[in-house]
Design a protein around this ligand. Structure first.
Ligand code: HEM
Length: 135
């Protein structure tokens, strides 16, 4: 019984270390140098401001689209959680969603440059991490 508990404790500690290492690595990979970050954010904000009425509304909280459906909010607990634990992976996911679009959302890979899309994804990340507010 004692041995089983010992093994369980060691396994839990190993798992905690693995998670901590993965999260630290994710944060390191998501790091954008300060001057570059400011430039990208400004670009993301300008792009979002130009499209927000049709996009996901003021403060990224969703908007009713012309077909009567609601666009999803982009500032929400699900996003906040994943941007917190795996910022690099989540930013990539958001970038891919912006690139691909869907029936209601334009395929932005055909409309915007990769840097523009990266700027928008960084904006979504920063808003969800509570580091920036929308204009
Ligand atoms: C440049 C501005 C935009 C950004 C940054 C953006 C970003 C995103 C992201 C990250 C998602 C995924 C949301 C999720 O998984 O919960 C999404 C989904 C969606 N967006 Fe946008 N979007 C933009 C513009 C638009 C526009 C112009 C429209 C409509 C005309 C639109 C309509 C939608 C809809 C309907 C979805 C849900 C897609 C689905 O159910 O698969 N978006 N958008």
């Amino acid at each position: 019984m004692k041995t089983a508990l010992k093994i369980l404790r060691i396994a839990a500690a190993a798992l905690a270390l693995l998670i901590a290492g993965t999260v630290a690595d994710e944060h390191a990979r998501a790091h954008v140098p300060a001057p570059e970050r400011q430039a990208l954010l400004a670009r993301g904000k300008a792009l979002y401001a130009a499209r927000r009425v049709a996009c996901h509304g003021q403060a990224m909280r969703s908007v009713r689209l012309p077909d009567g459906t609601l666009s999803p909010p982009l500032d929400k607990p699900g996003f906040q959680f994943f941007f917190w634990v795996m910022p690099a992976g989540m930013e990539r996911t958001v970038r891919e969603k912006i690139e691909a679009g869907n029936a209601a959302m334009p395929q932005f890979s055909k409309l915007l440059s990769p840097t523009d899309i990266q700027a928008l994804a960084l904006l979504v990340r920063e808003v969800n991490q509570g580091r920036t507010a929308l204009p």
